[in-house]
Write a protein that binds this ligand. Structure first.
Ligand code: AMP
Ligand code: MG
Length: 411
């Protein structure tokens, strides 16, 4: 009875539209900015706290993009074959001597262009015989030369503060000679799974129990963001246990993520626990799946109470917790790319909530899985993205709908 009363005050809240909820959440972020120096080899997924500047031009000098012959363009006959003598040979890594006027250098891809040369002819267009090196008539000044600084200029800003480093970003830093970086210290994210029915994979499954899929999934989602997981395990479905677990989590983490226990049942205690320890700022989103998402503060630590159903937990993490965490970590929020693609399906019954359907995009068309139950995670794993259906709308086959690839929502 007390539990039922506990939930009554939360029942009447109106549903908040997705974009409004996200905006409110992001406005509530208090970014942490603790910095550490790391080696480039540990930089994947980390967020830059400083803007790295190139120490060199890339490439540092003009070099050859072909295996061939380097020469001075002025030494070529106009509109006719030229025969010149080879005087030097330059392989990649050699420091070249100056090229003597009226001669050619044998040169290989990546080798530095010698002083005195300004043009490279690929070896396939050249023949060598007793007369010398025969060069074709049609040649353009500076052809096949990769100019100094073509890729990156010395002193150039390589990435902005807040950039989440991807493999190509790390390659750019390496090519500019940088091996140490200033990044934000990874956030500590506490995860806890509410539910007396939960058993960890590897343990025997007794009657009435199910395996805990959310814990392992959240662990992976947070790792992909380059953050540290503080795993607080399972929490029983009582207000006392939930309150104690949240209080502990708030002391050891920068943000708490729980799953389950945010609905209106008598076994759902997250909202009341947050309310008693701090404040519940948001609950119930105009979203399917994921309506019962809760957000608030426990002392000075923000908490996301994700729904227990695994597909809802995944989708609410992607739409709300991930951008919040990125901003909390000091990361720049890049626009989530969605694509207009052809619907290979109909929606004949309107949904009052914005809907995110797990679907497969292939050959310009997208199709959702028939069963969109929020308890089914296997379709999220088989899908390559989410089809976004605005609230209160119908879809006819052949119409264009918004599709967000999972690559935009994860990592
Ligand atoms: P709840 O919001 O706690 O009522 O949970 C909603 C549904 O999600 C129930 O069917 C739960 O058994 C299920 N569920 C909750 N937490 C988990 C979890 N960690 N792993 C798998 N299923 C869960
Ligand atoms: Mg539960």
């Amino acid at each position: 009875m007390a539990d039922a009363i506990e939930n009554i005050k939360f029942k009447v809240q109106p549903l908040i539209p997705v974009s409004e909820a996200l905006q409110q959440l992001l406005e509530d972020v208090k970014t942490t900015r603790q910095v550490e120096l790391i080696n480039l080899d540990c930089a994947l997924h980390r967020i830059l706290a400083d803007q790295p500047i190139s120490l060199v031009d890339v490439p540092p000098q003009d070099n050859s993009s072909m295996d061939g012959y380097a020469l001075a363009f002025a030494d070529l006959n106009v509109g006719a074959e030229t025969i010149l003598e080879q005087s030097i040979r330059i392989a990649a890594g050699d420091a070249p001597q100056t090229l003597k006027a009226g001669t050619v250098a044998r040169i290989f891809t990546g080798a530095e262009l010698p002083k005195g040369a300004d043009t490279i002819i690929m070896q396939e267009q050249v023949s060598v015989d007793q007369a010398g090196v025969r060069l074709p008539a049609k040649v353009k000044l500076r052809q096949n030369v990769r100019p100094k600084g073509q890729d990156i200029r010395r002193g150039e800003l390589l990435h902005p503060v807040g950039r989440k480093l991807q493999p190509a970003d790390i390659g750019v830093l390496a090519s500019a000679g940088i091996n140490q970086l200033s990044v934000y210290k990874p956030l500590k994210v506490a995860i806890l799974s509410t539910g007396d029915e939960l058993v960890e994979p590897g343990e025997p499954l007794a009657d009435g129990k199910i395996y805990n899929s959310n814990r392992a999934m959240l662990n992976a989602l947070i790792q992909q963001l380059g953050m540290q997981v503080v795993d607080l395990g399972k929490v029983s479905d009582t207000l006392e246990a939930t309150t104690a677990a949240l209080a502990k989590a708030a002391q050891c983490a920068d943000l708490i993520i729980s799953t389950g226990g945010v609905s209106v049942g008598e076994e759902d205690h997250i909202k009341a626990a947050v309310d008693s320890l701090g404040q519940l700022n948001m609950w119930r989103i105009k979203l399917k799946p994921g309506k019962p998402l809760a957000y608030g503060w426990v002392d000075n630590t923000p908490i996301f109470g994700l729904p227990g159903n695994p597909a809802s937990a995944l989708i609410t993490f992607c739409l709300f917790a991930r951008p919040y965490l990125m901003k909390l970590q000091g990361g720049n929020l890049e626009k989530t790319l969605s694509f207009k693609v052809l619907a290979d399906f109909d929606i004949v019954k309107k949904c009052t909530r914005e809907e995110y359907l797990r679907g497969v995009y292939e050959d310009g068309q997208v199709r959702p899985f028939t069963n969109q139950s929020s308890g089914m995670l296997s379709t999220a794993s088989k899908a390559n993205g989410l089809i976004m259906i605005p609230a209160d709308s119908l879809v006819a086959k052949g119409q264009r709908v918004d599709f967000i690839p999972f690559s935009q929502l994860l990592g």
